[in-house]
Design a protein around this ligand. Structure first.
Ligand code: NAD
Ligand code: TYD
Length: 356
C-alpha cells in the first residue's frame, strides 16, 4: 500500500472498509451505482476513474463532491499509464468495470474507439488488477453478446454471437475476462444485463431520446418498422444485482440479469408519448439500423436461485418516475443537447427517411 493513498480520502480506512475502483462512474449506470453504494455502504471508499468522454458527466455525481470517502480521477482505461497511476495511487481491493463506449449507433459510425476502450482498456485493467492482487474484478458485460434471438431466453452457457461493433467489442472483453480466470485463476465475475432505464441516462439511448424529443416537440425516430424487442430493467435493480455479485457471487461465474419486461419499440414509444401527453403524430419511421438485432432476452434463473435476486421495480412505476425525472431535470438535458450531441444527432439521423 502506498503511503500517500489515504491523503486523498479525508476519512481513514478501517480494517473492514473496502476500497472500490469504479471505472466509468460518470456515466449512466456507473453514477447510479456510486449513489447506490454510498447509501448502502457509507464506510466504503470509492474511486471514480473516468475519461469524461461525451457520455461522462460530473453533474451525474455532483452529490458525491464533498463526500470524504469519494475521489474522482480523470483517466483513460485504454492508456496504460493512466491505469498504472490509479492502481499506484489507491491500490483498490475491488474493481467494478463499467467504463465503455456504449452506444451501438456510434459504433457503426466509428468502431475504432470501441475496440480501444472496450477491449484494450479491459485487458489493461485485468493486468493491473492481477498484479495488485485485487480481490474481485467485476466486468459489466451485456446481454447483447449473445446476439439476437427470435424466441426463448439465453442462459449463461448460450453461445456468444455478437452482430454489431459495440457488442463484438463487449464480447471480446467478456472473453478476455473469462480467459483471465481460466489462465491465471483471476478472481472475476461477469454480469450480462439487459437494457437499463432510469435517471441520468444519456439521451442517445432509446428511452431518454424518446422522452427528450417528446419534451421538445421533436420527431421520435423509430428504426425500421419498430417491431424490435428489448427487455427493460430499472437501473436500481441492476445496481442491486451488481452489489450481490460483488459480495456473494462465486469466483469465475457469469450472471445474467434480466427484467422479464419485454417491449416492442413502437409500443414503448407510444406509451412514453402518452405519459408525456404528446401526440402520436410525433412518431417518425426512419431507415433501419444496419445489422439491427431483433430481440435480446436472458434467462436469469442463476442469479435468482444463487443470490436471491429478481427485479423489484414495477416498469409502469419506474418509467413514470423516469419521465418525471427528465421533466424536472431539463437543465441537465439542455446542457447535453448542444455541441457534440447535435453533431452526432445530425450524423446519425440526417438523410434517413424511411424507404418505401
Ligand atoms: P455510458 O455511456 O452512460 O457511460 C460510460 C462511461 O464510461 C462514461 O462516463 C464515459 O466517460 C466512460 N468512459 C468511456 N470511455 C472511457 C475510457 N476510455 N476510459 C475511462 N472512462 C471511459 O454507459 P452506461 O450505459 O452507463 O453503461 C455502463 C456499462 O454497462 C457499459 O460497460 C455497458 O456496456 C454496460 N451495459 C449497459 C447497458 C445499458 O442499458 N445502458 C446494458 C447492459 C450493459
Ligand atoms: P438502444 O437504446 O440503442 O439500445 P440497444 O443497444 O439495445 O440497441 O436501442 C433500443 C432499441 O430502440 C433498438 O431496437 C433500436 C431502437 N431505436 C430506435 O428505434 N430509434 C432510435 O433513435 C434509437 C436510439 C433506438
Amino acid at each position: 500500500m502506498q503511503e500517500n493513498t489515504f491523503n486523498f480520502f479525508k476519512n481513514e480506512k478501517k480494517i473492514d472498509d473496502k476500497m472500490i475502483l469504479i471505472t466509468g462512474g460518470a456515466g449512466f449506470i456507473g453514477s447510479n451505482f456510486i449513489r447506490f453504494m454510498r447509501n448502502k455502504y457509507p464506510n466504503y471508499k470509492i474511486i471514480n476513474f473516468d475519461k469524461l468522454t461525451y457520455a461522462g458527466n460530473l453533474n451525474n455525481v455532483s452529490l458525491m463532491e464533498d463526500n470524504p470517502d469519494y475521489v474522482f480521477m480523470k483517466g483513460d482505461v485504454a492508456n496504460q499509464k493512466d491505469v498504472k497511476n490509479v492502481f499506484e495511487e489507491f491500490n483498490p481491493d475491488y474493481v467494478i468495470h463499467f467504463a465503455a463506449e456504449s452506444h451501438v449507433d456510434r459504433s457503426i459510425l466509428n468502431p475504432d474507439v470501441f475496440l480501444q476502450t472496450n477491449i484494450i482498456g479491459t485487458q489493461y485493467l485485468l493486468n493491473f488488477s492481477r498484479l495488485n492482487n485485487v480481490k474481485k474484478f467485476i466486468f459489466i458485460s451485456t446481454d447483447e453478446v449473445y446476439g439476437s434471438i427470435d424466441k426463448d431466453h439465453c442462459t449463461e452457457e448460450s453461445p456468444i454471437c455478437p452482430n454489431n461493433y459495440y457488442s463484438v467489442s463487449k464480447a471480446a472483453a467478456d472473453n478476455l475476462v473469462k480467459v483471465s480466470y481460466q489462465t491465471h485463476g483471476q478472481r472475476i465475475n461477469i454480469v450480462r444485463c439487459c437494457n437499463n432505464y432510469g435517471q441520468f441516462q444519456f439521451p442517445e439511448k432509446f428511452i431518454p431520446l424518446m422522452i427528450s424529443n417528446a419534451i421538445n416537440n421533436k420527431d421520435l425516430p423509430i428504426y425500421g418498422d419498430g417491431n424490435y424487442f428489448r427487455d427493460w430493467l430499472h437501473v436500481d435493480d441492476n445496481c442491486r444485482a451488481i452489489d450481490l455479485v460483488l459480495h456473494k457471487g462465486r469466483i469465475g461465474e457469469i450472471y445474467n440479469v434480466g427484467g422479464n419486461n419485454e417491449w416492442r419499440n413502437i409500443d414503448l414509444a407510444e406509451y412514453l408519448l402518452e405519459l408525456i401527453g404528446k401526440p402520436k403524430s410525433l412518431l417518425s419511421y426512419i431507415m433501419d439500423r444496419p445489422s439491427h438485432d431483433y430481440r435480446y432476452a436472458v434467462n436469469f434463473n442463476k442469479i435468482r436461485s444463487e443470490l436471491c435476486w429478481h427485479p423489484l421495480i414495477d416498469f409502469k412505476i419506474g418509467i413514470k418516475q423516469t419521465v418525471d425525472w427528465y421533466l424536472s431535470h431539463q437543465d441537465w438535458l439542455n446542457e447535453i443537447i448542444s455541441g457534440e450531441y447535435l453533431k452526432y444527432y445530425d450524423l446519425n439521423y440526417k438523410n434517413r427517411d424511411a424507404q418505401e
